[in-house]
Design a protein around this ligand. Structure first.
Ligand code: ADP
Ligand code: MG
Length: 702
C-alpha cells in the first residue's frame, strides 16, 4: 500500500476508529461520533475511550492496542500531548488513513512544529494518508461519512471543496445548506502536514463523484508538484480557487494563522495562469462560479443572447457584455424572421431582444425556443422586470423547460426583490443560476467561456534549450568561490553565450591604450562601461559612455570614467572598462528578468522601458518554464505592446528574438537554482535582432 492508495481509505472507509471519543455533548470527541452516526455511516465505528463502556449506544474500545488490525481510518481528537503516542500505536495497528483534528502544532510555534515533524515522520514511514493536524475533518455525503465536528451535513452533489481554513469550511457548509447546494467531498486540510492541496487535486481529478473542484488556499506546500497536478486536472474539471494573503496585511494574517509563509501574490497569479486554475476574487464569486459550473454546460463560444421584457435592463446587460470578452450575438436572418412572425410589432428583434413589458410566460417560452437554436447564440441570458403583467413563476417554468431541451447554458436575471423571489426559488430548485443583477452572471459566463478555451487549447510543450552547462557551472562556481553574490557583467556574459543568447561583442580593457585598441577591433562606434565587481549600477557613477566614435574619445572616456568611479566609490576595485559593440540606433529597450519565488520557482518578468521600467510598471509575469505560447503572451500582455509592433509607421521589432530570450532565460533559471535573480536590462531590439546589452546575475548566499 502506498500513500496514494491510502487516500481512498480516507474518503471511503469501511472501518473508522475515533480516538478520544467522548460521552460529553459539546466536546469535539462527542460531535465526531454523533456526526458519523447522523450521516448514516454504513461501516463499523470504533469509539476509543478508556473510561466509558458505550458512547451514543456504541460499545467503546478501551485502548488503541485493543483495536482490530487494518482499520481504514482513524479520527484523532486527543489533547495535543497525546497525539504522537496515539499515532505510533495506530501505526502498529496498520491504519491506512488518519484525520488529526487536534490543534497545537506548527501554527503555535517551534514546539508545535517539532511535534508536527514527528507526526509527518510516522505517517511517511507507515504510508498513512493523514489530513490535518489542526482541521475540522472531512465529509462525504455519498459515502455517508461525516468525520468532522462541523454542524450540518450537506446533501450529495458534484462539487468538492477543500480548504486550508476550517472556519471557511463551516461558512461554506452553512451556505450550501441554505442554497441546497450539494457536495461530493468536503475537506478541511488544516496544516497540510501530509495530505496537501496537490494530493487533493490529484485525487479529485479521478473521483467520479466530483465535477467541479473548489479550494481555499493561503499558500501551496510544494510549488512544482502543485503546478503539475493542477495543470492536469483543469483539463478535465474546472478548479476554482480563492486565495488569501494577497495584500501585505493579508499575508501577515495568513502566516500567523497557520504558521505558513505566503508566497508573493504575483507568483500565485502566474501559477493560476499557467495551470488554468480559475481564481475567485471573493466569496461571492466563488459561490456564483461554483453554482454556474456545477449546473450549466460550458458555453461553446462568446455569443450571448439577451431576452428581456424591458429596454433599460437589456441595455445594461448588453453594456456589461461588451465590456467583457463575450459579445452580444448577432442573430441569423432566419431567427429574426421567426421572431418577427409572432412578436408584437414594437418588440425589438435585434439582440438584446425586447419582448415588451406585457410579455406573458408563453412569449418568453416561444422566444427562447427560437433563439436557442441560433448557431451564433452560445449562452442565453433571460431578463425580467416585475411589471404588473409579468407572470413570474410561469416564466421561470418556461425557462426551465427550454433549458432542459438545450445543451447551451442558461442564466437568469429577474430584477427586483419581493415579487421575483418565488420565480427565483423555482429556478434555483431546477439548477439555473440567477441573480438580481446582470453583472455577476455575465462575469460567470465570461469565466466559463475562458475555461472552455483553456480546455481546448493544445497542451504547450517546452522546447529544450541548447546550452553548455559546464561553462555556466564554472562561472557560477568561480563567483561563489570568491564569496560573491553577484556575477559581474563580463563573466555573466559567458553564461549568456553558453546559452547562445545574443550578447554584444565585449572586451575588457585595463588601460586607456587597451581600450582604444579594443575599440578598433570591435569597430566604431562603441560603448564604454566601468568594470568593477562592487559597482552594479554603472550609470549611477557615470560609468557608461555610449556612441564613442574614435580612438581619442575612447581614451578620454576611459580616464574620465575610471577617475570618477574611483572618486565616488573609493571602496570599489576597478578592473578597467568594458569596450562593447554598440547596438544600432533606434532600438527599443526592454527588460527581461526573473526572481525566484520560494515555493513556486522562477517568476519571469517582461517589460518595456529600460531604465524607466520602475516608473512605468508596465510589466507581465509568467512562471518558468516558458513555452512558445507563454513567451508570446507575456509580451502581448504589456499595455505598450503596440509600441513593439510598429507604432506610427515604425518597423515592428523582431518579436521572435525576444521570445527566444524569454524561453532561454526560463531554462537558465531552472538549470541553476542558486541564481536567485537575474536581469537583462536592457535588451535592445529592432526589426532585425535583439541583443542583451546589460546583465546582472544574483546568487543565493552560499
Ligand atoms: P547600468 O544598468 O549598470 O547603468 P547598462 O549597461 O545597462 O548600465 O547601460 C546603461 C544604458 O546604456 C542602457 O540602459 C542603454 O540605454 C545603454 N547601453 C548600454 N549598453 C549598450 C550597447 N551595447 N548598445 C547601445 N546602448 C547601450
Ligand atoms: Mg542596465
Amino acid at each position: 500500500m502506498n500513500l496514494t492508495d491510502n487516500i481512498s481509505a480516507l474518503f471511503s472507509p469501511k472501518t473508522v476508529a475515533i480516538i478520544g471519543a467522548s460521552t460529553h455533548p459539546g466536546k469535539v470527541g462527542h460531535a465526531v461520533v454523533a456526526n458519523m452516526l447522523d450521516a448514516g455511516f454504513t461501516g463499523t465505528l470504533f469509539p476509543v475511550n478508556p473510561t466509558t463502556d458505550a458512547i451514543l449506544g456504541l460499545p467503546t474500545v478501551k485502548t488503541i492496542d485493543d483495536l482490530p488490525e487494518d482499520i481504514d481510518l482513524a479520527v484523532v481528537v486527543l489533547p495535543v500531548a497525546a497525539v504522537i503516542p496515539a499515532m505510533e500505536a495506530l501505526a502498529r495497528r496498520k491504519i491506512r488513513a488518519a484525520i488529526v483534528i487536534t490543534a497545537g502544532f506548527k501554527e503555535v510555534g517551534e514546539e508545535g512544529a517539532s511535534l508536527e515533524r514527528r507526526l509527518i515522520e510516522i505517517c511517511t514511514t507507515h504510508h498513512i494518508a493523514m489530513v490535518g493536524p489542526n482541521c475540522l475533518g472531512l465529509i462525504g455525503p455519498r459515502d455517508h461519512i461525516n468525520a468532522s465536528f462541523a454542524s450540518g451535513f450537506p446533501q450529495d452533489g458534484s462539487i468538492a471543496f477543500f480548504s486550508q481554513s476550517g472556519a471557511l469550511c463551516t461558512a461554506i457548509l452553512d451556505w450550501a445548506l441554505e442554497e441546497n447546494i450539494g457536495f461530493s467531498r468536503f475537506i478541511s486540510l488544516g496544516n497540510k502536514a501530509v495530505i496537501n492541496e496537490a494530493d487533493m487535486l490529484e485525487y479529485l481529478r479521478t473521483d467520479p463523484a466530483t465535477s467541479v473542484i473548489l479550494g481555499y488556499i493561503e499558500n501551496v506546500e510544494n510549488g512544482p508538484d502543485f503546478i503539475e497536478k493542477a495543470a492536469r486536472v483543469t483539463r478535465e474539471k474546472p478548479v476554482i480557487i480563492i486565495k488569501s494573503g494577497t495584500t501585505a496585511a493579508g499575508a501577515r494574517a495568513a502566516s500567523s494563522h497557520t504558521g505558513a509563509i505566503a508566497g508573493s501574490d504575483t507568483a500565485y497569479t502566474a501559477a493560476f495562469h499557467k495551470t488554468g486554475i480559475i481564481r475567485a476574487n471573493d466569496m461571492a464569486s466563488l459561490f456564483d462560479l461554483a453554482q454556474a459550473f456545477s449546473t450549466q454546460p460550458l458555453p461553446k463560444g462568446p455569443g450571448l443572447c439577451i431576452v428581456t421584457n424591458s429596454g433599460g435592463p437589456g441595455a445594461m446587460a448588453a453594456d456589461a457584455t461588451e465590456k467583457s470578452a463575450l459579445r452580444v450575438a448577432e442573430l441569423s436572418e432566419d431567427t429574426t424572421a421567426r421572431l418577427k412572425a409572432f412578436l408584437p410589432p414594437y418588440a425589438s428583434l435585434t439582440n438584446p431582444i425586447d419582448i415588451i413589458g406585457d410579455a406573458p410566460a408563453e412569449r418568453y417560452r416561444k422566444t427562447l425556443e427560437i433563439v436557442v437554436t441560433d448557431p451564433q447564440v452560445h449562452t442565453v441570458l433571460v431578463l425580467l422586470s416585475p411589471t404588473s403583467s409579468a407572470e413570474i413563476v410561469e416564466t421561470a417554468h418556461a425557462i426551465i423547460d427550454v433549458a432542459k431541451t438545450s445543451d447551451k447554458p442558461f442564466f437568469v436575471n429577474f430584477m427586483g426583490g419581493l415579487r421575483i423571489k418565488a420565480g427565483e426559488d423555482v429556478l434555483r430548485g431546477a439548477g439555473i443560476p440567477c441573480s438580481i443583477y446582470p453583472e455577476p452572471l455575465i462575469a460567470c459566463i465570461e469565466t466559463m467561456h475562458a475555461y472552455h478555451l483553456w480546455r481546448n487549447q493544445p497542451v504547450q510543450d517546452y522546447p529544450t534549450v541548447p546550452h553548455d552547462p559546464a561553462i555556466a557551472r564554472r562561472v557560477i562556481d568561480n563567483a561563489r568561490a570568491n564569496g560573491a553574490t553577484e556575477v559581474v557583467e563580463f563573466q555573466a556574459q559567458e553564461i549568456l553565450r553558453a546559452y547562445h543568447l545574443p550578447t554584444p561583442r565585449t572586451i575588457l580593457a585595463h588601460t586607456a591604450e587597451e581600450a582604444a585598441a579594443a575599440a578598433e577591433t570591435i569597430g566604431f562606434p562603441v560603448v564604454l562601461k566601468i568594470a568593477s565587481p562592487q559597482i552594479s549600477h554603472k550609470s549611477d557613477v557615470g560609468g557608461v559612455k555610449v556612441n564613442l566614435d574614435n580612438a581619442s574619445a575612447v581614451k578620454a572616456a576611459f580616464s574620465e570614467v575610471t577617475a570618477q568611479a574611483q572618486r565616488l566609490r573609493p571602496d570599489a576595485h576597478i578592473a578597467g572598462c568594458l569596450i562593447q559593440e554598440m547596438a544600432p540606433k533606434g532600438c527599443k529597450e526592454v527588460i527581461i528578468g526573473f526572481k525566484r519565488d520560494d515555493r513556486l520557482g522562477p517568476l519571469v518578468m517582461f517589460g518595456l522601458g529600460g531604465i524607466y521600467v520602475e516608473i512605468l510598471k508596465d510589466i507581465a509575469f509568467r512562471l518558468a518554464p516558458l513555452g512558445r505560447d507563454d513567451a508570446k503572451s507575456i509580451i502581448q500582455e504589456i499595455k505598450t505592446y503596440s509600441l513593439l509592433t510598429g507604432a506610427r509607421g515604425e518597423a515592428p521589432v523582431n518579436l521572435q528574438a525576444l521570445e527566444d530570450i524569454l524561453i532561454t532565460m526560463s531554462a537558465l533559471a531552472l538549470d541553476f537554482p542558486e541564481i536567485i535573480e537575474a536581469e537583462f536590462n536592457p535588451v535592445l531590439v529592432n526589426a532585425e535582432k535583439a541583443m542583451v546589452a546589460d546583465v546582472r546575475i544574483t546568487l543565493a548566499a552560499p
